[in-house]
Unconditional design. Sequence first.
Length: 549
Amino acid sequence: MTSNSKVLALKYRPQTFDQLVGQKVISQSIYNSIKNNKIPNAYMFLGIRGSGKTSTARIVAKALNCENGVENLCKKDFCQSCKSIIEGNNIDILEIDAASKTSVDDVRELIEFSRYKPSTAKYKIFICDEVHMFSKSAFAALLKTLEEPPPYLKFIFASTDVKKIPVTIISRCQRYDLSRVNSNELFNYLDKIKGYEKGNISDDAIKLIVKLSEGSVRDSLSLLDRAMLVANEGKELDLKTAQKIFGYFEKSIIIELIQFILEGNEVKTLEVYRKIYKSGVEPKVFLNEYLETLYYIKNIDFINLDGTNFDLNDQEFERIKSLSNKLENKNLLLLWQFTLNNLEKIDIIKNQHQFIEMFLIRSLYLKNILNSKNKPETSSSKKDLELNHPKIKNITQQQKETIDQLKNVEQEEKITPKTEVKNKFEGIEIKSLEELINFSEEKKELKIKYELENNLRLVSFKNGKIEISFNSNLDKSFVKELSTKLLEWTKKRWIIAFSKENGLPTLKEKKNNLKKNILKRGSESKFSKDIKTLFPDAELLNIEEESKS
């Protein structure tokens, strides 16, 4: 494969510390440690995809083994050591993917291999990508070697999920967290690559690429690669063409759509959304962009267009600023929560396009429970953003859940007086496990009913407190879900505690034991023995009570 045929992400992979994009401080720190011969046993590079973890790992491997030393690290005319590392055929530099080699046996092979000194290089180096994919036993097998490796052995780990890596492993490594690349710095980098490749792409299109890449250098180069294919056809790739290529739409369309929602204009709202959908935007992508726009409306006073933020242009900034001044924070939080609830449910719907349309129609009716900063009830203002006072009687269950969650954010907001709520929503009494099971079935909470019958070992059931013994089969979210439902049903908080006692058998076990006892008594009856005398292979499987007419 020639250099020109490579994708940009490979063609412009950094080869020295000063070529790393957006990681100047980390690069300088590693360079100084190698220069001063204060090299740790292991490096740990953490960060999002495309932040330079694997590239940094390979540069470190080259710096430790370069024939010219770290101060004269090869940039173009590579020495034999650097060349073999770049081409991936250096027998002393082993690069593995932990996603495909996760077992303890794979780690034992590494440890066995590490006993031998390097053949040609100064250091034998293991580069392990996505190290968080190792199993617990694999990490445990690695601990001792990692703490006291031979002087010629170095480890370099890379991961996108630090939470899955044991603390005992992290504590034995020199940790570096690679940050997202600054928008302005990434723009300058892509502009430079565009010049090298003689690409005919506008600055606005490059800014869009920067935004879509979310601080990932590799993602930005992949997007630039796609853009270059169109730009090389002879005409400049402008912003509108780039938006079509990447399936992106301007914030101004979302702002317009939110405006129509707040005005209660169903026809215009659906018209704008269908236009977005026909342009090729996926429903889930639309919902995320919608959420992001709500975020900007809420926080526009804290956002500056200082040249490093390419999310909004000047026109969008002013429109969002104007819309933000007309709405109270609690209303925006309500819209945010309502949208978030739907985002969690969109994956279970077959036709997501229809789901979004119904979500927008329901959003139109939220205007009945929102308040506007502007004083309503004038004939002219009804055409503007008219948002009426809450009408609790007419809201849907979805809206009620959203309001309840909003009340957690602003406790001082009272929808109705306490006395009214108490009288209207009188809690029921649940005095036993059987009553709880029956009520769960009545409320169609079948998951809770299943857990109560099949996996709950009851120790005690008192009004307001349930003690259960630990059962590994019990769903992890059961206690939280049951507590929430009990509060909703009884209007008081319940304590659900785990006890050291064994507890009673589950209802399923009780039924099985009862069935076994009945079968045992039945098999010992005279009738059963007479049948077995005639038919030795006969077996009693079930006993049914005779129906009473």
